[in-house]
Design a protein around this ligand. Structure first.
Ligand code: ADP
Ligand code: ASP
Ligand code: MG
Length: 409
């Protein structure tokens, strides 16, 4: 008998028939003698709709109330899945985040899990029942509902698997594993049998939304055996593993992209010590995550332009904050653009191979795609380009690094 956490994403619980399909899978695992904790997302589209409602109510709104609204989708699916399980004769009950409780910090909209009390879940499992837990949500010390950031149910699942000392965490989704790039935009993407925690972490943080970044970080930290597999087909998925389990390592293992980026340029900033610090500290105080940064000085050395990227969702807040500081910072102009995409090439093999970045620049140049910002780390190269060229760039890079699946005869 094993204790297993199974997480089902939005498409997998998109309507009642699909919820029944999830219930059958869970019932089978219970019949095999396993103790099962299920984590579910909201029905696909629901969370987007809830986010839209908040924006329509007020473009800049109270993050605590945002969390109250957007956490609602998961309340529906935990209840419905529990009903479907009971219909099949499988004893089950639902848990909202606060009922577990899953304790988080108070960074609303992007909260981090701090502690999970497993007493109630242990009792539920010992009583022979399936525990159906709402993903994406938790409770802060002041008793308010929090959410873990978009895609956060993956993190709920991995955190629960770690806290409950589960044998593994199965993430069921609408693709049958992790691919060399998003299979929805590159039909010739290849499924990976295994991927290292490190590469998965990088792919996720660079936009491959198949797993939320934080879930991979937690899996790596606690050594949670995590696999990504299809809710709709019975076939092996992708295992996320330590580097020692990979026999042959490719130089580049995948291409990721993220449309959720925005580019901001502060033009004609007075060039003196402390300016960059004055520019970025209000953003840090507002929990706005600045990613890529480029600074260029004017020829006469009196002023400088600073270009940086922030999550597109934070663009409005960023612009408001910086406009409020125009006099103090003494800059000439603020230019911003949400219509950009970050495209990244990822691979641990880059540590020992040169030429990865130049191949990326050559490939984009061949397609006439202009690179606006570049950043590199040990195992990735990222560029910001016009969003219009997303598919073209990702497909061209996927071919250039030899990742395309062979054409079937
Ligand atoms: P869920 O609702 O199950 O959490 P998501 O939509 O969050 O599902 O994540 C699954 C999606 O991730 C896939 O439909 C696919 O389009 C996208 N995706 C992006 N990059 C990759 C990748 N490298 N491998 C697999 N899927 C990817
Ligand atoms: N329902 C939430 C979202 O859409 C959490 C998740 O799907 O993981 O972001
Ligand atoms: Mg997801």
């Amino acid at each position: 008998m094993a204790r297993i956490v199974k997480k089902f994403g939005g498409t997998s619980v998109g309507d009642i028939d699909r919820i029944r399909n999830v219930a059958s899978r869970v019932a089978k695992a219970v019949a095999d003698g396993h103790e099962i904790v299920v984590v579910v997302s909201a029905m696909s589209g629901t969370t987007n709709q809830l986010v839209e409602y908040c924006r329509a109510a007020a473009p800049l709104h109270d993050a605590r109330e945002y969390d109250t609204v957007v956490a609602a989708g998961e309340q529906i699916t935990v209840g419905l899945l529990s009903i479907c399980l009971q219909e099949m004769g499988v004893p089950a009950r639902s848990f909202l985040g606060w009922q577990v409780p899953i304790r988080t910090n108070d960074v609303h909209g992007a909260a981090r899990i701090e502690e999970i009390d497993t007493t109630a879940l242990d009792a539920c499992l010992r009583g022979g029942r399936v525990a159906v837990v709402a993903g994406f949500q938790g409770i802060a010390d002041d008793g308010r509902i929090t959410t873990l950031g978009r895609g956060g149910s993956d993190t709920s699942a991995v955190a629960l698997a770690a806290a409950l000392k589960a044998e593994r965490c199965d993430i069921y989704t609408d693709v049958d594993g992790v691919y060399t790039t998003d299979p929805r935009i590159v039909p010739r993407a290849r499924k990976l049998d295994k991927i290292t925690y490190e590469e998965m972490l990088e792919m996720a943080s660079l936009g491959a939304k198949v797993l939320q970044t934080r879930s991979v970080a937690l899996a790596m930290k606690h050594g949670v055996r995590t696999q990504v597999l299809s809710s709709f087909e019975d076939k092996p998925g992708t295992l996320v593993v330590g580097e020692d389990e990979i026999v042959e390592q490719e130089v580049v293992s995948g291409i990721a992209y993220s449309r959720a980026e925005a580019k901001v340029t502060v033009v004609g900033l007075e060039d003196r010590p402390g300016q960059v610090s004055h520019l970025f500290s209000p953003l840090a105080d507002a929990n706005i995550n600045v990613d890529m940064i480029v600074q260029s000085a004017s020829e006469d050395g009196t002023s400088t332009d600073v270009t940086f990227t922030v999550p597109e969702d934070d663009l409005l807040r960023t612009v408001k904050l910086l406009e409020g500081k125009k006099a103090a910072l003494n800059y000439r102009d603020l230019v911003y653009n949400g219509n950009v995409v970050k495209v990244s090439v990822v691979g641990v093999g880059m540590r020992s191979h040169a030429g990865v970045a130049s191949k990326m620049f050559d490939t984009l140049a061949d397609k006439g795609i202009n690179i606006q910002v570049i950043s590199t780390s040990e195992i990735k190269v990222s560029v910001i380009i016009d969003a219009e060229y997303t598919e073209l760039a990702v497909r061209a890079l996927h071919s250039a690094y030899g990742l395309d699946a062979p054409v079937k005869a």
